[in-house]
Design a protein around this ligand. Structure first.
Ligand SMILES: NC(=O)c1ccc[n+]([C@@H]2O[C@H](COP(=O)([O-])OP(=O)(O)OC[C@H]3O[C@@H](n4cnc5c(N)ncnc54)[C@H](O)[C@@H]3O)[C@@H](O)[C@H]2O)c1
Length: 353
C-alpha cells in the first residue's frame, strides 16, 4: 500500500530521536469524526517497510472501528520500531510523547501490543493526547474488561439473530485464547449459563482455567476446538483465525470473538456465508476496549463506558439485519455502516459557521 493512494491517509508522521533510539511512525487515516484515536504498537519489525505497512493498515482499521462504535473520534495508530524488551526506556517513551504532543490533538494514543498502561503514564508526562493510562493516574486502566463485555454483547446479539433469544444459556461456546480478554469472557459466559470449551497454548493460562473454572472443558489445541461440537466459536488469540481450512471444518453456527483481523483474506466472509455460519464482525464486537479508553478523554467513568460498550449489542444486530436485507456478508455490512457515518458526519464540516 502506498501512502498517497486515492482515498488514503490524511497524514503519516515519521519520528526519530537518535539519543533514545526512538523510531516511530504515526498514521492518521481520518479525522472526519474527530481526533484520530488508536494505540501504539511497539514491535521489532524486520524492516521499516513492514512497520509502515502495519501502521497504515492499523490506522485505517481504527477509523472504521471508531466510526462503527459511535465514537466522535477518527482513526489513527502508531508503531514504534524496535524490540520493547531491549530499547524501551523512560526517555524513549517521553520522546515519543513529545511527537504525539507536536500533533496538537490530531492524534490520541493508547496501549497496543508491546505497550502497557504504565508506559502511557510515561508518555503522558509529555503529552495531553494520551489514553489508556493507569487508574492511579486517572486513566481507564485495563481495556480488556470492556473488550470482553462488548464481545459478550455481540455474541448475545448474534444468538438472538440466529436462535431468537439473546442468551448463551445451555449453548456450547468454544473460546480460543484465555488471555486478558478470554478470561473475562469465560466469566460472562459461565454466568449466562453457557457450557464453555476452551484452549490456549500457554500452560499458565490452562492452569488458570483449571483452578478458577473447573467446569470449563479444555481441549488440546485450536484444531480440536473448531472440530468439536461447539455452537459458537470465539477466537480470542491471534489474527487470521478464520481461514479456508478452519472454516471448512468449523462446526459452530456463530463466530464472535475478540481477536483482531479474524478473516485471513477477504473471501473468507463468503465461505462463512456459504456454510451458513453467522459472523459477528471482529472490529464491531471487540470495540469495548477502545470505548473504554476513549472515555478517558472526558475523564474516565467506568459505568458510562460500560453503558456505551453494551450498545455493541444493538450495533451487531443492525449489521446482521442489514446483511440479511441486502444479501451481503456481515463484514461488508459493517464496513458500509462505518463508511456511511464517516461520510455523513464528516460532511457536516462543509456547513460553514
Ligand atoms: N485487550 C484488549 O482490550 C483488546 C481489544 C481489542 C482486540 N483485542 C484482541 O483480542 C485478542 C486477545 O487479546 P488479549 O489482550 O486477551 O491478548 P493476550 O495476549 O492477553 O491473550 C492471548 C492469549 O492467546 C493465547 N494464544 C496464542 N496463540 C494461541 C493459539 N494458537 N491457540 C490458542 N491460544 C493461543 C496466548 O497464550 C494468550 O493466553 C488479540 O487478538 C487482541 O488483538 C484485544
Amino acid at each position: 500500500m502506498g501512502v498517497f493512494n486515492e482515498g488514503s491517509h490524511e497524514q503519516v508522521v515519521f519520528c526519530q530521536d537518535q539519543a533514545s533510539g526512538l523510531k516511530a511512525v504515526i498514521g492518521i487515516y481520518s479525522t472526519a469524526l474527530g481526533p484520530a484515536l488508536g494505540g501504539t504498537r511497539f514491535y521489532p519489525y524486520p524492516s521499516e517497510k513492514e512497520a509502515l505497512h502495519d501502521v497504515l493498515e492499523l490506522s485505517r482499521g481504527m477509523a472504521y472501528k471508531n466510526s462503527l462504535a459511535g465514537l466522535d473520534l477518527g482513526g489513527g495508530k502508531a508503531v514504534i520500531w524496535g524490540d520493547p524488551e531491549q530499547i524501551k526506556t523512560e526517555a524513549l517513551l517521553r520522546a515519543y510523547g513529545r511527537f504525539v504532543q507536536s500533533l496538537n490533538g490530531r492524534y490520541f494514543t493508547a496501549c497496543d501490543v508491546g505497550t502497557y498502561t504504565w508506559d502511557m503514564d510515561q508518555v503522558a508526562k509529555e503529552t495531553r493526547f494520551v489514553t489508556g493510562r493507569s487508574l492511579e493516574h486517572g486513566g481507564a486502566g485495563d481495556s480488556s474488561i470492556l473488550t470482553a463485555w462488548g464481545v459478550f454483547q455481540g455474541m448475545r446479539a448474534a444468538a438472538e439473530h440466529r436462535w431468537g433469544s439473546p442468551t448463551l444459556k445451555a449453548r456450547r461456546v468454544g473460546v480460543s485464547g484465555l488471555g486478558k480478554v478470554g478470561k473475562y469472557l469465560v466469566g460472562h459466559l459461565l454466568e449466562d449459563g453457557a457450557e464453555v470449551v476452551a484452549t490456549d497454548v500457554s500452560p499458565k493460562a490452562l492452569e488458570w482455567a483449571k483452578t478458577n473454572h473447573p467446569d470449563v472443558n479444555l481441549v488440546p489445541d485450536n484444531t480440536a476446538l473448531v472440530k468439536s461440537d461447539i455452537e459458537v466459536y470465539a477466537p480470542c488469540a491471534l489474527g487470521f483465525a478464520l481461514n479456508d481450512k478452519t472454516v471448512r471444518v468449523l462446526r459452530a453456527q456463530i463466530v464472535a470473538g475478540a481477536a483482531n483481523n479474524q478473516l485471513a483474506h477477504p473471501g473468507v466472509d463468503k465461505l462463512l456465508m456459504d456454510r451458513g455460519i453467522l459472523y459477528a464482525p471482529d472490529y464491531c464486537v471487540n470495540a469495548g476496549g477502545v470505548i473504554q479508553v476513549a472515555d478517558e478523554i472526558e475523564g474516565f467513568n467506568f459505568e458510562r463506558a460500560k453503558m456505551r460498550a453494551t450498545k455493541i449489542f444493538d450495533t451487531t444486530k443492525r449489521i446482521l439485519e442489514l446483511a440479511d436485507t441486502e444479501g451481503i456478508s456481515p463484514a461488508t455490512a459493517a464496513d458500509r455502516i462505518a463508511e456511511q457515518r464517516m461520510a455523513d458526519v464528516g460532511r457536516l464540516r462543509s456547513i460553514r459557521l
